[in-house]
Ligand binder design. Sequence first.
Ligand SMILES: O=C(CO)[C@H](O)[C@H](O)COP(=O)(O)O
Length: 211
Amino acid sequence: MELQLALDLVDIPQGIALVKEVESYIDIVEIGTPIVINEGLHAVKAMKEAFPNLKVLADLKVMDAGGYEVLKASEAGADIVTILAVAEDATIKGAVEEAKKQGGKKILVDMIGVKNLEQRAKEIDALGVDYICVHTGYDLQAEGQSPFEALQTVKKVVKNSKTAVAGGIKLSTLSKVVQAQPDLVIVGGGITGEDDKKAVASQMQQLIKQG
Ligand SMILES: O=C(CO)[C@H](O)[C@H](O)COP(=O)(O)O
């Protein structure tokens, strides 16, 4: 099981400073969608240059032109690129093909907004993606929703891809997540919103290692 730190509401220097604090406790650093929108793929490049030993995920949430977007993110240094599950299969296939061409880049498919989770997870699992991620976005988190049930649903049907989970995970809820045995746990505000980010990230890493 791996831990990914999601950076969303910071700029590039703030993001780099934040990762310096928790670098030893995380496996992947995510350049979140808001950062990509605000700063472009330069943010991915800057993060990879600052932390060559960490994997960098570009949370592009691609909806079309999968191959092209994966090419551009890979050129910027991304190791993993996100595609939306609600995109056409052709978009997801294009992303997977390009990721392979780019020498071992990975595709994470984000299930945000999918209504029939079980059926779409099975379909996406057959497309050769690396991760299938259940995700409760900010707008549904604000309505009190969480990704725990969705994780269990997807874990039951996914046979080939790794599973990932995101959406409001905190230190206090991490044990519940770990029990469901995802391959990747994605945490944003649960670390970035804490005063002692290092202590929280360290405890999260410990829980994940025990899991
Ligand atoms: O992709 C995202 C929002 O669309 C976030 O990066 C993801 O939800 C993790 O952040 P948090 O733990 O704060 O919910």
